[in-house]
Design a protein around this ligand. Structure first.
Ligand code: ADP
Length: 574
């Protein structure tokens, strides 16, 4: 793990070395002040050495100007190293996420993934640059002071340095308690936010069932819990700050009393005592940063582990080394003995054999959960078949480059997803290098152009979170325009189950019929018109393909299709 972490420093090693050098010089300058002060008090001032007095003063002034420049470099470029490492990690994570298969996203929660991409990496990279710098500065500060002080007086120095580990331990403990407290608060805030979101989104249901009281009780519980967590966090914070202040004051008092006593006894002189007091002041900063570091380190390690956990997930579906491009696709699709399960246990599809001739339409019908969507998802290799194979124009899909395979398949899903952005951008998603004319042509084919032209910003109208709300039918037509633009020889349509009003249904059907023309089409069909027009109908249930044939053939069989048809569709056909 450490090796992997260090690899992120590598591209920035020059900046990193610059930072450490600055940290080294700054610490050196800070260590000088008490020594010079001690010389002033013990020697230069009592003996009236005016020339040295001015020389040292001027020297210090120059050093402080230099220190300012060094600190500027350290603060700025140190953070730059962290920020750049973070950007590198975020890029790697995002690139990696893009390669992962559907099954990974089935298992992962979006919220978790987002917090990894944003929060974890931020924690990691703050520590990545502060960690080594602070550790270096603190250890050098403590080590340097120790060397100076032990030369002045051994027992007093040992006493102080004996206390330091205890102070670090105490502060770290209190600090971790405080940070845990605030982490709880963050968790509860997220919790209450999602509760609130849920309640507001469902407020109509709550009112319809007159369950406002129930909602209020649920919310109140969360609210009280958040309040308690915040109180606890502030309690831990109060303990931490009052505790460390007490510790540092105690340290100063001990030096003053014991050191003062040594002055009485003539074991050290005034300048030495002042030097001790000044060094104590110097210690307090590194002690604080050491304790902060301990806690940051914990968080960063946990974050980095989570980061690696994702980075180590191998994309399940990858190109073979000698994968080919699909050329001049006609669009014949064959399923040969295809078996598939999501979890290697329960088979969703068993020994499916199916042939869709090029340019023909196959309608999949059957009860929900029968495996229709699953079957469709296997063709673009969103999931990998367990046994058997699927062939396009005679080529097993595993021999075809995934990008080439997917370029030749267009999908219109039931739940259309539009990205936040303009309508133009959303249509353009079908083929990023399309021209304006091609976009408009696609929109016309999808029967959405006229609607778009009525909008105030036409193709530049925003959709998504901050944009206009589109109806299900409008969204679907935009997604159809996308596929027109892509112009693939193979088409997978998942018809919307929810009924649209007659007019939009007609418009969509017309667009889909236009889209399906001259393409091999596999449609998960819920509508009678689609089913009747299909060249072939397959009735798929949990037990596999039950029936297969044309509408008339299947009706004549008087089997499952006939009963499904009688139950669902007859009323429409009347
Ligand atoms: P249909 O499209 O006919 O309604 P599906 O293909 O959606 O059927 O589902 C077939 C079976 O596979 C169902 O039992 C469903 O619960 C299961 N299933 C569907 N998608 C997933 C998934 N991503 N992970 C695990 N199981 C799934």
């Amino acid at each position: 793990m450490l090796k992997r972490f260090i690899s992120y420093y590598r591209p920035h090693w020059k900046l990193f070395c610059l930072d450490i050098t600055c940290a080294f010089l700054i610490t050196g300058i800070d260590l000088l002040f008490p020594i010079i002060t001690r010389n002033f008090i013990n020697d230069i001032i009592p003996n009236g050495k005016f020339e040295l007095f001015w020389k040292f003063s001027f020297f210090l002034l120059i050093l402080y100007i230099l220190r300012t420049i060094l600190q500027y470099i350290l603060e700025y470029w140190g953070h730059v190293v962290g920020v750049r490492m973070e950007a590198d990690m975020r890029r790697d994570l995002f690139t990696h996420l893009q390669t992962l298969s559907f099954s990974f996203f089935d298992k992962s929660r979006t919220g978790n993934l987002m917090s990894r991409v944003v929060n974890d990496l931020n924690n990691i990279c703050e520590t990545a640059h502060h960690g080594p710098e602070d550790l270096f500065i603190s250890l050098m500060m403590l080590g340097g002071s120790f060397l100076v002080l032990i030369n002045i007086n051994v027992p007093l120095t040992l006493l102080i340095f004996g206390l330091i580990p205890f102070i670090v331990w105490f502060s770290a403990k209190k600090r971790i308690k405080m940070m845990n407290g605030f982490r709880n608060v963050r968790r509860e805030v997220a919790d209450i936010n999602s509760e609130l979101e849920n309640s507001i989104a469902g407020i109509r249901v709550a009112k319809a069932f007159t369950n406002e009281e129930y909602e209020l009780n649920k919310f109140t519980k969360k609210n009280i819990s958040l309040q308690k967590s915040r109180e606890n966090a502030y309690k831990a914070m109060a303990e931490f700050f009052s505790g460390i202040n007490f510790m540092s004051n105690l340290l100063k008092l001990i030096v003053l009393v014991v050191g003062g006593y040594f002055v009485f006894e003539n074991k050290i002189n005034y300048g030495d005592l002042v030097a001790y007091l000044l060094y104590i002041q110097l210690f307090l900063t590194p002690i604080r940063s050491l304790t902060q570091l301990m806690q940051q380190y914990q968080q960063a390690i946990a974050g980095f582990e989570r980061f690696l956990e994702i980075m180590e997930v191998k994309p399940e579906i990858q190109d073979k080394e000698d994968a080919k491009e699909l050329k001049d696709v006609k669009g014949e699709i064959i399923f040969e003995n295809v078996t598939f399960s999501y979890d290697n246990k329960e088979k969703v599809l068993k020994n499916i054999n199916l042939k869709i001739e090029a340019g023909k339409t196959l309608a999949l019908v059957g009860p929900s959960g029968g495996g229709k969507s699953t079957l469709c998802n296997l063709i673009p290799r969103f999931y990998e078949v367990e046994s058997g194979r699927i062939l396009i124009d005679g080529h097993p899909i595993t021999d075809i480059k995934i990008s080439s395979l997917r370029r030749n398949i267009g999908i219109v899903q039931q739940d259309v997803f539009l990205f936040s952005g303009t309508i133009r951008e959303n249509i353009l998603y079908g083929r990023l290098d399309a021209t304006e004319e091609e976009i408009i042509e696609a929109a016309k084919n999808a029967n959405i152009h006229d609607f778009i032209m009525q909008l105030p910003d036409q193709y530049d109208t925003y959709v998504g979170e901050r944009g206009i709300r589109l109806s299900g039918g409008q969204k679907q037509r935009i997604s159809i325009a996308r596929v027109f633009l892509k112009n693939p020889p193979i088409l997978i349509l998942d018809e919307a189950t929810s009924s649209l009003d007659n007019e939009s249904e007609l418009i969509i059907q017309q667009a889909l019929r236009r889209l399906a023309k001259n393409r091999t089409t596999l449609v998960i069909a819920h509508r009678l018109s689609t089913i009747k027009d299909a060249d072939q109908i397959v009735v798929l249930t949990e037990n596999g393909i039950q029936e297969q044939g044309t509408h008339q053939q299947l009706l004549a069989r008087n089997g499952l299709y006939a009963s499904l048809y009688n139950a669902q569709f007859r009323e429409y056909s009347a």
